[in-house]
Design a protein around this ligand. Structure first.
Ligand SMILES: C[S@@+](CC[C@H](N)C(=O)[O-])C[C@H]1O[C@@H](n2cnc3c(N)ncnc32)[C@H](O)[C@@H]1O
Length: 417
């Protein structure tokens, strides 16, 4: 076993491939905590320095920046336990057939008009002259959770009006989702077209949400200034943002997606590793105690559209209206994090893959500890070293510390020949 002191932290004994030819430009779809979009060249360079053929597996793909950037360079396996991630990966990896955007929009508009007839005008954010009046409209929107609707596509209208979105925006979310589903049911679309439209809907949701980029908590209007800011989002036309992005993504997809027989899965990382043989794994697990399934529950609910039970505390649905059943990642639980990394390294060892593991200093586990685990599990069959890059980290808050200096690190483990 290599003693820890013998691990070379700055090893780079082979020139990386020409990254310029590997990394393609791609449009981002959602705002995502811990997204590697900003450091994707560093990630790509690290992967190319250890890759010796076969697939590149993005084990915790999230917003799928790796597929966006490297989908034309390697056959990719994109995996994440959350279903929304699979839709986004598909945009970057799966070629689509032409489809008629106007027809999709017209059919969503019909759905919208039908649903809109079922709610009152007093839900609209117009004519208020004070903070109190604005909050009354907010409350009326939120109270829709107690109403029963007879039309099938009412999940967002009922559960999320007056939270991250207004009732008006929620009706559009449901209406567009219905139009998308109709095209799958009629077999006009395949799964690639479906995922593309769903991802663009998630994009429109992200850019109309009054929250800070995730769905852990929506903001309350406590002052005139927060009311004004929230109202900017309440007035945004979700359907216009959807249409604009859809047209842009369709052009990008046609010009940039290459069918390299990519695979997309929604497995637990251990199960994904168990199916893998060779290639290189890029692992970017969560590093904080916050669960992605809570921060992005609304996207998961859109992806599943399953009318989930919402979490209840003290007899009331919790403010964030989270799905009751959500994935709890062992990487986010202090008592499980070590075991989670042991399983990760052990999966790598068994699959005979190389590993590029992103590490953040905000982690619940120290780098030294991680290296000791890698040493123990990978034994002497792998060379292990660490590369580092300084960059500004996005915290997804509206505080002044929105950007904090964080060192991004990647632990590389390459099979010895
Ligand atoms: C740091 S994010 C990945 C960000 C991604 N690299 C990007 O650039 O967007 C971590 C991801 O791990 C996923 N995840 C957490 N636990 C998981 C598990 N047990 N198996 C698979 N994915 C998991 C989360 O859903 C989340 O999307």
């Amino acid at each position: 076993m290599t003693p820890l002191a013998a691990i070379d932290f700055s090893k780079r004994d082979e020139a990386p491939l020409d990254e310029a030819s590997l990394v393609r430009e791609y449009p981002q779809l959602i705002k995502y905590m811990g997204s590697k979009a900003k450091i994707i060249n560093f990630v790509a360079e690290s992967i190319s320095s250890i890759h010796d053929g076969g697939v590149v597996c993005d084990l915790f793909s999230g917003a799928s920046s790796l597929s966006g950037a490297l989908g034309a360079a390697y056959p990719i396996i994109s995996n994440d336990i959350q279903h929304y991630s699979a839709h986004i990966a598909s945009v970057y990896l799966k070629p689509i057939q032409d489809f008629n955007v106007d027809e999709l929009y017209e059919s969503a508009k019909i759905n919208y008009c039908q649903a809109k007839n079922k709610i009152g005008k007093d839900l609209e954010y117009v004519g208020f002259t004070s903070l109190a009046e604005f909050n009354e409209i907010e409350e009326r929107n939120r109270l829709l959770i107690n109403r029963n609707f007879r039309h099938k596509y009412h999940l967002f209208l009922k559960s999320y009006s007056g939270t991250w979105w207004s009732a008006e925006q929620c009706i559009w979310i449901d209406a567009i989702k219905q139009a998308i589903d109709d095209r799958i049911k009629s077999k006009e679309w395949g799964s690639a077209e479906y995922s593309l439209a769903m991802s663009v809907l998630m994009h429109a949701m992200a850019y109309t949400s009054q929250g800070t980029g995730h769905y852990a908590q929506y903001r309350d209007a406590k002052t005139d200034s927060s009311m004004q800011d929230i109202n900017i989002y309440r007035q945004k036309k979700l359907q216009d943002i959807f249409l604009r992005k859809l047209n842009q993504i369709l052009v990008w997809s046609k010009n940039s997606v290459i069918d390299l027989k990519h695979t997309i899965t929604t497995l637990d990382y251990k199960d994904c590793l168990a199916r893998l043989s060779g290639g290189t794994v890029y692992a970017d697990p969560p590093y904080a105690f916050v669960h992605y399934s809570r921060f992005y529950h609304a996207m998961e609910t859109l992806a599943l559209y399953d009318f989930p039970d919402l979490q209840v505390k003290g007899g009331h649905v919790v403010k964030g209206r989270y799905r009751e059943i959500r994935h709890q990642s062992p990487f986010c639980i202090k008592s499980q994090v070590e075991g989670a990394f042991v399983d990760l390294f052990s999966g790598i060892q068994k699959s005979g893959s190389n590993l590029a593991l992103s590490y953040s200093h905000t982690a619940m586990i120290s780098l030294e500890h991680l290296l000791r685990i890698s040493e123990r599990v990978l034994k002497s069959n792998f060379e292990v070293w660490v590369e580092e890059l300084d960059h500004k980290h996005m915290t997804m808050g509206r505080q002044n510390d929105r950007h904090r200096e964080v060192k991004e690190l990647i632990l590389l483990a390459r099979k010895k020949k």
